[in-house]
Design a protein around this ligand. Structure first.
Ligand SMILES: Nc1ncnc2c1ncn2[C@@H]1O[C@H](COP(=O)(O)OP(=O)(O)OP(=O)(O)O)[C@@H](O)[C@H]1O
Ligand SMILES: [Mg+2]
Length: 371
C-alpha cells in the first residue's frame, strides 16, 4: 500500500469536523425535525453548551450542513464586535446572489444560485438594517420552502449587546412565523451570563443542549471504523487502550486517534503504537485544552482547582476548604463558579470532580505555573 493510503484521518483541531461525529445523532435528529416541522418548532431556537473541547463548534458545523442540504441559507458567525453588521452584510450578499442567479436563469445562462464564489457589484441602495434585510431574504426563500439559519459560536458575556440585537430581530421574525432558525453555542457560564440579561428572556425559552462526554462503546466503534475506512487495522488490545485513554472526551478521541496513527509504521495499529501515541495525545491535550481552560479562570479559581487535584478521585469540598485554609462557605462560591465554567462537576453529596480528562494530572504537573 502506498503512503497516501495512510493519510491521517483524525482531526485534533478546535472547530475541525471529525471523520466521524460520535454520539451526537440524537441532538442532530431533533434539530433536523425542527427544520422539517416548520416555524414555531422548538429546536429552531437552540442553545448548545458544554465544556471546552466537547464538540460545540462541530455540532454547529453539522447543523449548518443539515440545513444547506435542504436548500437553506446558513450564516455562521462568532459573537464578537461587529457580528450584527457582518450578518446583515451576509444576508444582503445572499439575497443579491439569489436575485442574480434568478435573472441569469431567465437569460438562459446557468450559474450556481447560491455561494458560487461570484462577486457582485454592491447596489446603490442604502444599507438596510438587519431585520429589514433578513425579512426580504426570507421573502425570497419561503416560496421555495427554504429558510435561513444563523449560528453564533463562542457566545460570551462581552458580546451581550450584539446578541441582544440579533435575538430581538429573530424574536420578531419567529413571532411572524418566518422560516428562520438561530442556534448559539458557548461555555455554560457564558451562556448563563447572557441569559441573565433582562432583554434576552426570549432566549430562555430556547431548547438547551448540554453536550457531554460520549460513551466508550461509541468511541471504540468510531475509532475502529475510522481506522479501517482509511486503510489500516487496529488490534483488539490497542483498540481497548485507545478507547480507554479518551475517557469519552471528544477532543481526546481525535488526539488519541491522531497520535496512535502517527506512531504506526505498518498497516496495523498495535500496542507499541498506543503506548507511545497515548502519552503524546495527553501532552497535546495539556498544551491546548487544559492551558486554555485555566487561562479563563482567576487565580483563586486555580488555587481551588489545585486543592481538588490533590485527590485521586472526587474531592470532598470540606477537604478542599481545609487545604486552602478557607471556610466551606468561601469555597462554595468558587465551587459554583467552577461548575458554571464546566471545569468541575458535582460528584455526589459534598464532592466534586473534574469534567475534562487528565486535568488533575495536568494541574499536578504544572502546579507552579498554574498559579
Ligand atoms: N462528537 C465528536 N466525535 C468525535 N470527535 C469530536 C466530536 N466532537 C468534537 N470532536 C473533536 O474534538 C475537537 C474539539 O471540538 P470543538 O472545537 O467543536 O469543541 P468546542 O466544544 O467547540 O470547544 P471550545 O469550547 O474550545 O470552543 C475537534 O478536534 C473535533 O474534531
Ligand atoms: Mg468551539
Amino acid at each position: 500500500m502506498d503512503l497516501m493510503a495512510y493519510r491521517n484521518p483524525f482531526k485534533p483541531t478546535a472547530g475541525a469536523s471529525p471523520p466521524l461525529l460520535v454520539g451526537r445523532d440524537e441532538v442532530l435528529e431533533e434539530f433536523e425535525e425542527s427544520i422539517d416541522d416548520g416555524p414555531g418548532a422548538p429546536g429552531r431556537l437552540s442553545l448548545i453548551t458544554g465544556p471546552r473541547g466537547v464538540g460545540k463548534t462541530v455540532v454547529l458545523n453539522a447543523v449548518h450542513d443539515i440545513v444547506v442540504a435542504k436548500g437553506w441559507i446558513a450564516i455562521a458567525e462568532t459573537a464578537t464586535t461587529g457580528m450584527c453588521d457582518r450578518i446583515t452584510q451576509a444576508v444582503r450578499r445572499h439575497h443579491e446572489e439569489l436575485r442574480q442567479g434568478r435573472s441569469a436563469r431567465v437569460r438562459g445562462i446557468t450559474l450556481p444560485v447560491v455561494g458560487g464564489g461570484l462577486t457582485f457589484e454592491s447596489r446603490a441602495d442604502p444599507p438596510a438594517d438587519l431585520r429589514e434585510s433578513t425579512a426580504s431574504l426570507l421573502d425570497e426563500l419561503e416560496p421555495n420552502e427554504t429558510g435561513l439559519l444563523i449560528t453564533v459560536d463562542e457566545v460570551h458575556r462581552k458580546s451581550v449587546g450584539e446578541i441582544r440585537h440579533l435575538a430581538t430581530v429573530v424574536q420578531h421574525l419567529v413571532r411572524e412565523d418566518r422560516n428562520i432558525a438561530l442556534v448559539m453555542a458557548g461555555l455554560p457560564s457564558a451562556v448563563s451570563d447572557v441569559l441573565s440579561d433582562s432583554v434576552l428572556t426570549f432566549m430562555r425559552r430556547a431548547s438547551r443542549e448540554e453536550l457531554s462526554d460520549v460513551s466508550l462503546a461509541d468511541v471504540r466503534e468510531s475509532l475502529a471504523e475510522t481506522i479501517t475506512r482509511n486503510g489500516r487495522t487496529i488490534t483488539s488490545s490497542a483498540l481497548d487502550a485507545a478507547t480507554e485513554a479518551t475517557g469519552g472526551y471528544p477532543f481526546m478521541v481525535q488526539l488519541v486517534g491522531y497520535h496512535c496513527w502517527r506512531k504506526t509504521t505498518g498497516s496495523a495499529i498495535d500496542d507499541a503504537a498506543t503506548s507511545s501515541g497515548i502519552p503524546a495525545a495527553r501532552k497535546r491535550l495539556g498544551s491546548t485544552v487544559h492551558a486554555a481552560a485555566l487561562a479563563d479562570l482567576s487565580a483563586v479559581d486555580r488555587t481551588v482547582l489545585l486543592a481538588i487535584a490533590v485527590d485521586d478521585g472526587p474531592a470532598r469540598t470540606a477537604d478542599v476548604a481545609r487545604r486552602i485554609g478557607e471556610s466551606a462557605k468561601y469555597v462554595s462560591i468558587y465551587r459554583q463558579r467552577l461548575i458554571d465554567a464546566a471545569v468541575i462537576q458535582p460528584a455526589g453529596r459534598g464532592f466534586v470532580d473534574f469534567t475534562i480528562p487528565y486535568l488533575r494530572e495536568y494541574l499536578r504537573e504544572h502546579a507552579a505555573s498554574a498559579l
